[in-house]
Design a protein around this ligand. Structure first.
Ligand code: ATP
Length: 263
């Protein structure tokens, strides 16, 4: 179980102000779950993900992964960002195998695992290509393969499809569900798209802006329904999907109005 317990983060800005970015956030990411944090820009979603990744320290509270405190980055957590971070001078397969090289995995095993992962993300014919030869969606798929290479306990994804066109984005969501189902890797995913959150999450936490806190939680089964039927359209056009979309929209608008009134 990955547990975030009353996590708070304060930043000191260079002009001496204190920004309260995260306020006593608690959540659990159990095995086989797909937890999505949803909120408007600036509500502390990336701060939360970066703390779970071990990139930044909490000011208060604790994060543990299977009982071990999280204090620095580790191979047990794979990260995918909105902008791909592939090395342009390395081939696709070498990019995927990079973390394995650092982990001391022998060359033949590295290649085998990287090939398997490229197959998983539908890029087995692009092993020898360079990142500039790929589309944005393909580069994100390489990033996912790379993040999965070390077989992490949890995949952390910070708006990974935010820069993609809407059709590619939908295809990537569906691909991610099949990867989640096949690898059983739990996922923590950040988005500001209500539809994306509803479609993907087994649990959706809605965050309010400054200080970022969780204002609502939903346990959902749309993603499992899609995983069983393969019919995304039926899921997204269902009356439950539409009514939750409106409910969450009201919550997001309500918390934004409260914040504006307080400023
Ligand atoms: N290093 C930093 N120093 C000072 N303030 C920061 C720092 N990092 C983030 N913040 C502030 O903390 C708040 C939360 O930022 P964060 O990036 O976590 O939000 P977000 O919800 O991920 O936003 P977006 O969706 O736009 O990426 C913002 O007000 C931001 O300006």
């Amino acid at each position: 179980m990955l547990k975030v317990d009353h996590a708070s983060v304060y930043f000191q800005t260079r002009d001496g102000r204190t920004v309260h970015a995260l306020d006593r956030v608690s959540l659990a990411i159990p095995e086989n779950s797909f937890v999505v944090a949803l909120g408007a820009s600036g509500c502390g979603k990336s701060t939360l993900l970066n703390a779970i990744a071990g990139f930044l320290p909490l000011s208060d509270g604790a994060i543990t992964l299977d009982g071990r405190p999280v204090t620095s980055p580790g191979a047990d957590r794979g990260v995918v960002f909105q902008k791909d971070t592939l090395l342009p001078w390395k081939t696709v397969i070498d990019n995927v195998a990079l973390g394995l090289k650092f982990a001391g995995v022998p060359k033949v095993a590295r290649r085998e695992r990287a090939e398997r992962l490229l197959h998983l993300v539908g890029l087995k014919d692009f092993a020898a290509a360079f990142p500039y030869e790929l589309s944005g969606g393909m580069r994100q798929r390489v990033g996912i393969a790379r993040a999965l290479a070390t077989e992490p306990d949890v995949l952390l994804m910070d708006e990974p499809f935010g820069a993609l066109d809407s059709l590619t984005r939908e295809q990537m969501q569906e691909l991610l569900v099949s990867i989640w189902k096949e690898t059983h890797t739990r996922i923590f995913f950040i988005t500001h798209s209500i539809e994306e959150a509803l479609f993907l999450g087994t649990q959706v936490v809605v965050m309010s802006p400054r200080p970022g806190r969780i204002v609502a939680r939903f346990d959902l089964d749309f993603v499992r329904r899609f995983a069983e039927t393969g019919d995304a359209r039926a899921v997204k056009t269902s009356p439950e999907f539409a009514s939750l979309r409106e409910e969450i929209r009201d919550i997001l608008h309500g918390s934004e109005e409260l914040r504006s009134a307080a400023e």
